[in-house]
Design a protein around this ligand. Structure first.
Ligand code: PFF
Length: 446
């Protein structure tokens, strides 16, 4: 059976942007920004996207397009059958399952908020509402619903499933977010939110540099879907005529634009409403606080209810276009390596995540560990592995792949890109990993 490929360049770009734009932009980004000094975090985060994110994205593209395989098969084959490199790729496949196991729980919360927005179910007491649905059996139910929607797209395959769905979802997300941001920034009191978000606070950054750096690095990888093999897998369905560097830069710019735009919706709303909402503190109180604050904001604002429907509708789409990219990795692995039918592979993995995700939905402690620390560590380690592979195993072949389909200007960047992928970028990631591991063990270096 011939392997599928994207129908159009735009289809690939929108699918990759769809993977990148998700709960990371709307839920995790404001949460991390609020906990790490607002604008100070934003600046470091943008710098890491540019200096580490974009070259890392290109490294994953190079592996994917050259091998035309899932991450495990890709590293195994490109290293001429090294089991150790195959294991590095397999680590990415496992990370995808771990990720989806918590992401689908948050996706379930969003789905529930979206449905409840039609009746205003949470408007009366947002805090109590979230407390009643966040973990336990209701959370399991909505997690299963969200997972089923994800599986429905993935089972359709690359062209008829993922490409078709993301081509509709992404423009819808962008248009709706622009409209929402236009509305949010004109709320009375929005100014305080905007200045927290956009006025650079150097004092905070100097005092907490390493904490901000670690959180910003984790968030930058998460938002670009790096270190798992999503971009390897998506690029494996590409032909040689694509200019990887320009596609990659466009994807990073679009993702960052949507992230910043989401901030323009979330921060003014968090600060604009009166009384119980106390800006950063409200957003910084853990994964649920954002839901509580925003739900509270919508309940107090004029036209809050229809706007809440739009807002949570946008996030459902954004979350789905990311969760399908997570499920596609292990599905591609089972299809490529074991010759399973796509349908069988999707069903088997959906059953697996149904169980692992339910464990997260039933146990807040486990959920917090997986969604925060574990994911940061796995993505950082995964991307470091992919970069070392591209830099030291593929070496010059990586530059050839990088240049294929590119114009002369982009080609001339190839050697500098390879140098950074060989040296400073893995060192940076390994350094971040070490600091995070020590922090986990309770040792504070700085
Ligand atoms: N980038 C997605 C987001 O920001 O929500 C999350 C994500 C998707 C991370 C796919 C990793 C991944 F492989």
């Amino acid at each position: 059976m011939t392997r599928e490929s994207w129908r159009t360049r735009l289809g690939f770009i929108l699918a990759a942007v769809g993977s990148a734009v998700g709960l990371g932009n709307v839920w995790r980004f404001p949460w991390m920004t609020a906990e790490n000094g607002g604008s100070a975090f934003l600046v470091v985060y943008l710098a890491i996207i540019l200096l580490v994110g974009v070259p890392g994205l290109l490294a994953e593209f190079v592996i994917g397009r050259r091998s035309q395989r899932n991450p495990a098969g890709a590293l195994y084959r490109l290293s001429s059958g090294s089991k150790s490199w195959g294991a590095v790729g397999l680590f990415g496949v496992v990370t995808a399952v771990v990720l989806l196991s918590f992401y689908s729980v948050v996706g379930g919360w969003i789905l529930r908020y979206f449905l409840a927005s039609f009746t205003g179910g949470y408007f009366g007491s947002p805090g109590q509402y979230f407390g009643a649905i966040d973990f336990g059996l209701p959370a399991v139910g909505f997690h299963v619903g969200f997972l089923a929607l994800t599986a429905l797209v993935v089972v359709g395959g690359i062209r008829d499933g993922i490409e078709r769905a993301t081509k509709v979802m992404m423009p819808a997300i962008i248009v709706l977010l622009i409209a929402l941001a236009g509305w949010a920034v004109t709320r009375p009191g929005a100014g305080a939110g905007l200045s927290f978000y956009l006025d650079f606070d150097g004092t905070y950054l100097r005092a907490n540099f390493f904490d901000v750096l670690g959180a910003a690095a984790g968030q930058a990888l998460f938002t670009l879907s790096l270190g798992v093999g999503t971009m390897i897998t998506y690029a494996s369905y590409l032909g040689d005529d694509h200019n990887l560097a320009s596609d990659g830069s466009l994807i990073a710019v679009l993702n960052t634009g949507v992230g910043v735009l989401a901030g323009l919706v979330v921060f003014p709303l968090l600060f604009a409403t009166v009384g119980e909402l106390t800006g950063p503190a409200a957003a910084g109180g853990g994964p649920g606080a954002l839901f509580v604050s925003l739900a509270g904001a919508f309940s107090q604002l004029p036209f809050g209810q229809p706007l809440a429907v739009v807002f949570f509708g946008v996030i459902v789409l954004a979350a789905l276009s990311s969760s399908i990219s997570m499920l596609e990795i292990p599905v591609a692995y089972l299809v490529d390596e074991f010759g399973l039918e796509r349908r069988t592979a999707t069903a088997a993995l959906t059953c697996l995540v149904l169980v692992t995700g339910s464990a997260n939905a039933l146990n807040p402690g486990l959920f917090g560990f997986v969604a925060g620390t574990l994911v940061d560590l796995m993505l950082t380690a995964g991307l470091a592995g992919f970069l070392v592979f591209v830099g030291w195993v593929l070496g010059k072949d990586a530059v050839t792949e990088f240049s294929s389909g590119a114009g002369s200007r982009v080609r001339s960047l190839g050697p500098a890109w390879l140098w950074s992928v060989r040296t400073i970028l893995p060192l940076f990631l390994l350094g971040t990993l070490a600091v995070n591991l020590l922090a986990l063990a309770g040792v504070s270096l700085f």
